[in-house]
Design a binder for this molecule. Structure first.
Ligand code: UD1
Ligand code: CA
Length: 462
């Protein structure tokens, strides 16, 4: 029997107080909707249908063809939202998972268990539930004396007695597909919020004598529905714990996993040591033996084996093995550092490649440059790559020695083994094996300092 999935993502998320639709808020680097999709994919659905509405175009972009979409122009409730999928699904035989786009912590494994439970119990509807310490805000699972589920009551409709119930509706269900759309025809808006509640189909099934059940999650954390920024931070925290735990079990050392922020798609090899306050974002890969010291922030970059990155920022760059970066260095997009490169204090590299063993120890800017191997940049070197309109290339050969405080005015080419004198402005190409001096000559005027105000022998002007 086929599985189908309906993902509810049309709501605005009023309680988020945001311009962005709620399901597009991110947890550990990807949208909540994407988290839900990844979990749903564990069921291999024959068709996914996502119900979109508020800022539909924006939500559609994120889906990027992973799902059919139906538009719910007015958000009249979760039941109404599911009805929107009728046209695409109502004729199908099979089971349909309905899940909210704001429950990013439910795992694929739990969804598989839910479906297996639903099948083995031959239910018409099975609710994914959880036991909450504080159930406030969630729909409550109401059972009869025999322990059978009879209905779901929303927070705002619950009696004092019903509010005592700790078992909550996660907003995830499996239904017999055809029965679901039949039951939806019978729901109304006769409730505290004046909405079509999806949850009302449970009592409709029960009253018709159909078999309804609940599969309870072992871990309450999974059930979290994100309705406001407080819950968003909780989701982030739980996801962070999961991610970091996974890395630790695979051989990564964390000095303080509570204060280490790693996006879900980052990969890290064993024997990496990560100090506190490190952030790894996007599509980043960290190879074995790397040490990331505190304050390091890496986005969409790859770091090669045994590199040491100290308190530095790296964006969209490639760092090879045995490189040392920082402290306080900044690799901007398009930087490629070959093995054993050293980029030290207050050095910025952008859109440049540095060959094996090249060193820029201090206070240097390297932009739009192709640099060979074993080059040494003296402190204060600047590639002057921008004239206000265009960027120009600086090409530096192998074994070049760039004197401190050199200003390399691009476009420029410096040949192998050349040397630029400290303090030079280099405006013309430098042939290989040459020394280039581009600075004013020093003149010493002996005794003249005595006429200057700083001099201890200079009498006061008064
Ligand atoms: C819902 C459940 C509640 C459950 C909780 C779990 C109902 C009536 N209540 O409440 O029992 O405990 O989830 O988190 O179903 N949506 C639409 N169109 C609409 C309304 C909502 O697409 O017209 C989408 C929202 O974008 C969201 C999801 O459905 O992704 C859930 O809606 P939300 O308003 O957050 O429902 P809750 O009040 O949390
Ligand atoms: Ca919700």
């Amino acid at each position: 029997m086929n599985n189908y999935a309906i993902i509810l993502a049309a709501g605005k998320g009023t309680r988020m107080k945001s311009d962005l639709p709620k399901v597009l808020h991110k947890v550990s680097g990807i949208t909540m909707l994407e988290h839900v999709f990844r979990s749903v994919s564990a069921l291999n659905p024959a068709k996914n249908v996502t119900v979109i509405g508020h800022k539909a175009e924006l939500v559609k972009q994120v889906l990027a063809g992973q799902s059919d979409v139906v538009l719910q122009t007015e958000q009249l409730g979760t039941g109404h939202a599911v009805m929107m999928a009728e046209e695409l699904l109502a004729d199908q035989d099979g089971q349909t998972l309905v899940i909210a786009g704001d429950t990013p912590l439910i795992t694929g494994e739990s969804l598989q268990n839910l479906v297996a439970y639903h099948r083995s119990h031959k239910n018409v509807a099975t609710i994914l539930t959880a036991e909450a310490v504080d159930p406030f805000g969630y729909g409550r699972i109401i059972r009869n004396q025999n322990g059978e589920v009879t209905k779901i009551v929303e927070q705002k409709d619950a009696s004092d007695f019903e509010q005592q119930v700790k078992e909550i509706n996660t907003g995830t269900y499996v239904f017999d597909n055809k029965r679901l759309f039949e039951a939806l025809k019978k729901i109304n808006t006769d409730n505290a919020q004046g909405e079509y509640y999806l949850t009302d189909v449970i009592s409709i099934f029960k009253e018709a004598g159909e078999k309804v059940g609940a599969y309870k999650l072992l871990d309450f954390d999974e059930s979290l529905g994100v309705n406001d920024r407080l819950a968003l931070a909780t989701a982030e925290k739980v996801m962070r714990q999961r991610i970091n735990r996974g890395h630790m079990l695979k051989g990564v050392t964390f000095t303080n996993p509570e204060a280490t922020y790693i996006d879900i798609d980052v990969t890290i090899e064993p024997d990496v040591v990560i100090d506190a306050n490190v952030t790894l974002k996007g599509q980043t890969t960290i190879a074995a033996g790397v040490h990331l010291t505190n304050g390091t922030y890496i986005v969409d970059s790859s770091i090669g084996p045994n590199a040491v990155i100290s308190n530095s920022t790296i964006e969209a760059s490639e760092v090879a093995n045995d490189v040392t970066v920082g402290p306080y260095a900044h690799l901007r997009p398009g930087s490629k550092l070959a093995e054993e490169v050293h980029v030290g204090n207050f050095v910025e590299v952008k859109g440049s490649s540095l060959g094996k063993g090249t060193k820029a120890g201090h206070l240097t800017y390297i932009g739009n440059a192709e640099v060979g191997h074993d080059v040494n940049f003296g402190a204060g070197t600047i590639t002057v790559n921008y004239d206000g309109k265009h960027k120009y290339l600086t090409k530096i050969g192998n074994h070049v020695f760039v004197g401190s405080n050199s200003t390399l005015i691009a476009p420029l080419e410096i040949g192998d083994n050349a040397l630029t004198a400290a303090g030079s402005s280099i405006t013309h190409d430098v042939p290989r094996d040459s020394v280039a001096i581009g600075r004013g000559r020093q003149v010493n005027k002996e005794g003249y300092a005595k006429t200057k105000p700083h001099h201890p022998e200079k009498k006061s002007d008064q």
